[in-house]
Design a binder for this molecule. Structure first.
Ligand code: HEM
Ligand code: SF4
Length: 590
């Protein structure tokens, strides 16, 4: 028999400072509301922690730092867009806001949202209000709660399993949206302009209790006044589609249908997460474990049970140790399951067999949606939508979205898919892209670039140790030159770079992961795989940017000599092992 959940009572260590700030915030209101009214360039450190829950990070332009002078403060704003869906009205609004208040660029993120950078504090309210009034939201895009729910971006409208993935991604996003009125009071003077009503099923699921998942007398029935111990990341996908990097999420649901294509339930994975800290072995990247199968009728209660387990048992004393991955790692999957069962109120069923292997696809180029319409996947270098000289991507997207009223899906690889294109408009769209200097044929893009990602890092991210987005293009060119030199001109692999070990571009799943570890130096991770189903491992702690070629050349030569037919670079590194690579590199003479 399953015992009911009783939240833990003994707290032996002091909760971290952010826990106190959440508690005092009056459900995410203060000190943001008060400080917003003050004529200042920036928020206090305490307010910044609460501001995150509203979808904004306070940053400063690090290129403009001058000793003795105030920082060039500005805000980053991030949308909450389940499954990456951006209606045309929202896209056009974001495009305008980037020019009116931002740094004239938009950035498609690895979590399927858009970021605006460079917004001054005094313009934050107008910017958020415009987003909400135009079918968007930023609520919960950052902070200690459920973040943007990811789902496969490909708009295969005639494939039932994709429809289910989007439906449940939306519903779970709604289920776990903060219920506090603070967001609307602060940014919209109390006006609640939501684009679509949540389903009654979701509303009922939020309130349903009996097993300790819900606080009945709280404005936040699921979160309570302390919200989550740390960020919580969910994705919903279909068998075989790993475009959402399922092993990196706190919780992933995989749609399970019967032979008629009807939804039966979900396979559940939990405990993935990437953020870590250099030199602290107690922090690590972790791939999610399979946990159970859940019938569709019980899925919201199971999501709540897992959220409640992390809410009540996640470590609130140390933010570096607060993600669900650490809890599962310390408890083991069996104990985690038992605890989840207590909140769930019944036993968990074992996972079902998944016949299809998970694969990564980017859906770039022209594709059929399945309803007679087309979609176009455009590769965007590191997600940065901008106009620069003859490269007029921002203009092109605005023109196309406006003229043809197209919705867009942001992919988890910082690209966009333009959806619902009538075949008769294809040529005109190609003409606009050509005029704006945009390559729409993915075969014309170097696959190294196509498969790569980098986080924003400098100059906006306060945590960056090294360059990332700004330097990866030159790294990729140097890698291509080197591959040609060693006789592998056509070889490509997944390269991901971040400016610090937090891992925002998921470098620990890459075949070549570069993680800023000291000024101009990167920790190198090898051995991930093309479909992102296995974690890479750290090969070296510091590789100076200048040493890229000398470092990689022996590894590429060994790969060329000893790879099996069609073996990818990451699979090769994993198979042959780091000792063999080191030995070869040590004895290598160019
Ligand atoms: C663990 C500590 C982490 C911290 C403190 C952190 C902080 C930040 C900050 C400050 C930014 C804004 C950078 C900018 O736009 O200038 C950012 C961006 C982002 N982070 Fe993180 N992050 C962490 C981990 C992660 C992880 C593990 C992921 C996903 C695997 C992630 C996903 C993102 C995404 C999607 C963006 C948007 C930019 C992009 O797509 O490259 N973050 N993060
Ligand atoms: S990985 Fe680090 S440097 Fe890059 S955006 Fe995330 S926090 Fe900033």
């Amino acid at each position: 028999m399953v015992k009911s959940a009783t939240p833990p009572t003994t707290v032996t260590r002091k909760p971290s400072k952010v826990e106190g700030l959440k508690e005092q915030s009056n459900f995410l209101c203060e000190p943001v509301a008060t400080e917003l009214l003050q004529d200042t360039t920036h928020f206090s450190e305490d307010a910044v922690q609460i501001l995150k829950f509203h979808g904004s990070y306070q940053q400063d332009n690090r290129d403009n730092r001058t000793k003795g002078q105030e920082k060039d403060y500005q805000m980053m704003l991030r949308t909450r867009s389940p499954g990456g869906l951006i209606p045309s009205q929202l896209y056009l609004t974001l495009d305008k806001l980037a020019d009116e208040y931002g740094n004239h660029t938009l950035r498609a993120t690895t979590r399927q949202g858009f970021q605006l950078h460079g917004i001054l504090k005094k313009n934050l309210k107008s910017t958020i209000a415009a987003i909400v009034k135009n079918m968007g939201s930023t609520l919960g895009a950052c902070g200690d709660l459920n973040r943007n729910v990811m789902a496969p971006p490909a708009p295969f409208v005639n494939r039932a399993e994709y429809q289910y993935a989007w439906e449940y991604a939306n519903n779970i996003a709604d289920l776990l949206t903060p219920q506090t009125g603070a967001y609307y009071e602060i940014w919209l003077d109390g006006e609640k302009a939501i684009s679509s009503e949540e389903s009654p099923e979701v509303k009922a699921a939020r309130q349903k209790n009996g097993t300790g998942t819900t606080f009945h007398d709280s404005p936040e029935p699921i979160y309570g006044k302390l919200y989550m111990p740390r960020k919580f990341k969910i994705s919903v996908t279909v068998p075989g589609d790993n475009s959402i990097d399922l092993y990196t999420q706190d919780l992933t649901l995989v749609v399970m249908t019967n032979f008629k294509g009807e939804l039966k339930g979900f396979n559940v994975f939990a405990g993935g997460g990437l953020g870590r800290t250099h030199g602290k072995e107690e922090t690590f990247a972790r791939a999610a474990d399979p946990i159970c199968y859940v019938d569709k009728a019980d899925v919201y209660q199971l999501v709540k049970a897992i959220v409640a387990t992390q809410r009540d048992y996640g470590d609130r004393t140390d933010r570096r140790h607060a993600r669900l991955k650490y809890l599962i790692n310390e408890w083991g999957v069996d104990k985690f399951r038992t605890k989840v069962e207590e909140y769930f109120g019944k036993s968990l069923e074992p996972s079902k067999y998944l016949a299809k292997k998970f694969k990564y696809q980017d859906f770039l180029g022209w594709n059929e949606q399945g309803d007679g319409k087309l979609f176009l996947g455009l590769s965007i270098d590191n997600g940065r939508v901008k106009d620069e000289g003859k490269f007029q991507l921002k203009t092109a997207l605005r023109e196309i979205v406006e003229k043809f009223n197209l919705p867009m899906r942001v992919t988890p690889h910082q690209n966009v898919l333009l959806c619902d294109i009538l075949p008769e408009n294809k040529q005109e769209i190609i003409a606009i892209l050509n005029r704006c200097g945009i390559v729409s044929d993915p075969t014309k893009i170097d696959s190294l670039e196509r498969l790569s990602m980098a986080c924003p890092a400098l100059p906006t991210c306060g945590l960056a140790i090294t360059e990332s987005e700004r330097i990866i293009p030159s790294f990729l060119q140097r890698i291509r030159t080197l591959l040609k030199k060693v006789g592998l001109p056509k070889t490509s692999f997944v390269t991901r770079m971040t400016g610090c070990p937090n891992g925002c571009a998921r470098p620990y799943m890459a075949e070549l992961g570069l993680v800023g570890s000291a000024p101009e130096s990167y920790q190198v991770w090898l051995g991930g795989c093309p479909n992102q189903t296995r974690l890479a491992r750290p090969y070296t702690e510091k590789m100076h940017a200048d040493d890229l070629e000398t470092f990689l050349e022996p590894i590429f030569v060994l790969y060329k000599q000893q790879r099996k037919k069609e073996e990818s670079f990451g699979n090769f590194c994993d198979r042959i092992g780091f000792d063999a690579i080191r030995e070869f590199s040590d004895n290598y003479q160019a």
